[in-house]
Design a protein around this ligand. Structure first.
Ligand code: AR6
Length: 522
């Protein structure tokens, strides 16, 4: 074996999407809200659709801050249109973060004693140079405020909520996303601040940026400052040079009956490229790139989190807007984002995460102006409290189904770029999760590119097992049955090792009393 950093299929032989029709196409339908006018012209900012503003204010749509129906109590018995207050405040001259705090609280007065803006103040007073802060307030801030205030002209249609247990897509121009994100920055979204369990949006991630602004002092939370640098750079870019592309957000739900009966699956294992070098976002170009998600997509991006998902969301900030309309993911659901752009470079990870400058994304675009960059958010289960649980049949199936749902969206035009999904913060077992992802990729007919994030030992161990299984001609179903056997075995032998078991038991006869298809409980 060569001593290079990868094994298996060469990276250049993997299927990539470039030049192929991306899914979903931009065809208006009851389950695809296209908020721009078609056809899209290359290199021009898409025009909003419909032509006339269509205000919707109900439980199926995002409650937009500019809706005339969004009212705010200004005295005991007087309500005012909240958008009027917002516009008035944002059009004032604001030259410091203290004034920005005052403006934000003027239309969020109920939270005046609850929110703090420590991280934001630290950013402008300590993190950036005095000159940079001045330039921000003089030349970027007014354009950002204008971008937020122009929301009703930029986005004329209602944004449907991507609710649980239905598949639906939303296509927005990058400019529409920028205007929505500018509103999130100014904390203008109504009904999104209460923490009550019974609140209308309790099953949605938060979207207003107040939590990020209040994450504590910069010296205690350096990664929050670095995330702010990413976000500020994104805003600097979009206000000075409005982007012209389109991004599609798709919620994908698979009904239980349509999931594979894993024990019976005859598919072979997919082609595998496994490398200890490289990242999903860099080496996975033109592939379906896995986001190691939280069921509330974006996880801690607008608070303290700074691992794979949060980093992905701040280097490609358009992803953050998915939090506005994506209800928390259920077991057989995924969110797929097609066409996002990378605006930032980074180094480090978690506490050492650091903004490394502006990134110019040269990824080609499809006929609808969407970059050939697709991210699939799939949430693993959190196993820190009870790691043994992941080997139970119920959990094997849950994680396998989740990966399958994410990988099976649209025709298999490209491979999947992934890695230690669920194995960092969520404490999963990487040798197990790798096999589950191999199986899901095999069943969906896609190549798998797996990045072990500098772990040579893990790369070698997974590749050796993969090769062994391929040499034996294993099918996905056969491997599933073996995993189920391991599940029973492990219940009696707590410390047993998965791969040792698979090597020794591969040819052992299955015990007939086991039922593989219907695990009933945890
Ligand atoms: N490319 C390839 N591999 C990576 C990359 C990358 N860019 N970044 C990290 N890894 P983690 P989880 C590897 O902990 O366990 C978030 O808060 C690295 O080995 O982010 O599924 C979400 O919002 C790392 O240890 O994913 C969820 O709440 C491993 O991937 C929660 O974390 C797992 O990364 C999900 O936790």
């Amino acid at each position: 074996m060569s001593d290079c950093s990868w094994k298996g299929t060469a990276a250049e032989d993997l299927d990539r999407s470039y030049g192929k029709p991306q899914y979903p196409p931009l065809l208006p339908s009851s389950c695809h809200a296209i908020l721009i006018r078609l056809p899209v012209r290359t290199n021009a900012i898409p025009e909003p659709f419909p032509r006339q503003t269509h205000d919707v204010w109900n439980r199926n749509y995002v409650r937009l801050p500019c809706s005339p129906q969004s009212l705010y109590p200004v005295s005991e018995d007087e309500l005012q249109k909240r958008w009027e207050i917002i516009q008035e405040e944002l059009q004032k001259s604001i030259t410091s973060s203290a004034q920005l705090e005052t403006a934000i609280l003027s239309y969020n007065s109920r939270y005046a004693s609850k929110w703090n803006f420590q991280s934001l103040h630290y950013f402008f007073c300590e993190t950036v140079e005095e000159d940079e802060a001045r330039i921000f307030f003089e030349s970027i801030f007014p354009k950002l405020a204008q971008l937020a205030c122009n929301l009703p002209q930029i986005l004329t249609g209602g944004v449907p909520l991507l609710k649980q247990h239905s598949s639906a897509s939303i296509s927005l121009s990058q400019l529409q996303i920028a205007s929505l994100l500018a509103n999130a920055f100014f904390c203008t979204f109504p009904s999104r601040n209460t923490l009550k369990q019974t609140a209308e949006y309790s099953n949605y991630p938060d979207i207003n940026f107040n939590r990020l602004f209040g994450c504590g002092r910069g010296d205690k939370e350096p990664s929050v400052q670095e995330k702010l640098k990413c976000i500020m750079n994104y805003f600097r870019r979009v206000v000075n040079d409005p982007p012209t592309g389109v991004v599609t957000f798709s919620r994908y739900y698979v009904v239980k009956e349509a999931l594979p009966n894993w024990a019976e699956v005859q598919s072979k294992l997919p082609r595998l490229h496994i490398s200890s070098e490289g990242t999903i976002e860099d080496e996975g170009q033109g592939m379906l790139q896995v986001d190691f998600a939280n069921k509330f997509v974006g996880g801690g991006v607008l608070s303290m989190g700074c691992v794979q998902e949060e980093i992905r969301f701040v280097i490609c900030p358009e992803l953050i807007i998915s939090r506005l309309f994506t209800e928390c993911l259920d077991d057989t659901e995924a969110l797929i984002i097609t066409g996002c752009e990378q605006y930032n470079k980074y180094t480090g990870y978690a506490d050492s995460f650091s903004w490394a400058g502006d990134h110019i994304d040269t990824t080609p675009v499809d006929e609808f102006g969407r970059r050939y960059c697709t991210v699939v958010a799939v949430d693993a289960i959190y196993y820190a409290r009870n790691p043994s649980l992941q080997f139970s049949q119920f959990h094997l199936q849950r994680e396998l189904n989740k990966a399958f749902v994410g990988f099976s969206f649209g025709p298999p035009i490209c491979g999947i770029a992934t890695g230690n999904w669920g194995c960092g913060v969520f404490c999963g077992n990487a040798e197990l999760k790798a096999l589950l992802q191999v199986m899901a990729a095999g069943q969906t007919g896609r190549d798998l590119a797996y990045f072990t994030f500098k772990d040579d030992k893990l790369r070698d161990s997974i590749y050796k097992m993969y090769k062994f299984l391929c040499d034996k001609g294993s099918t996905v179903g056969k491997l599933y049955k073996l995993l189920c056997r391991f599940s029973d075995h492990r219940a009696q032998n707590k410390n047993s090792d998965l791969y040792s078991f698979l090597y020794s038991e591969y040819n052992a006869p299955a015990q007939s009393k086991l039922s593989f298809s219907k695990p009933t409980s945890e």
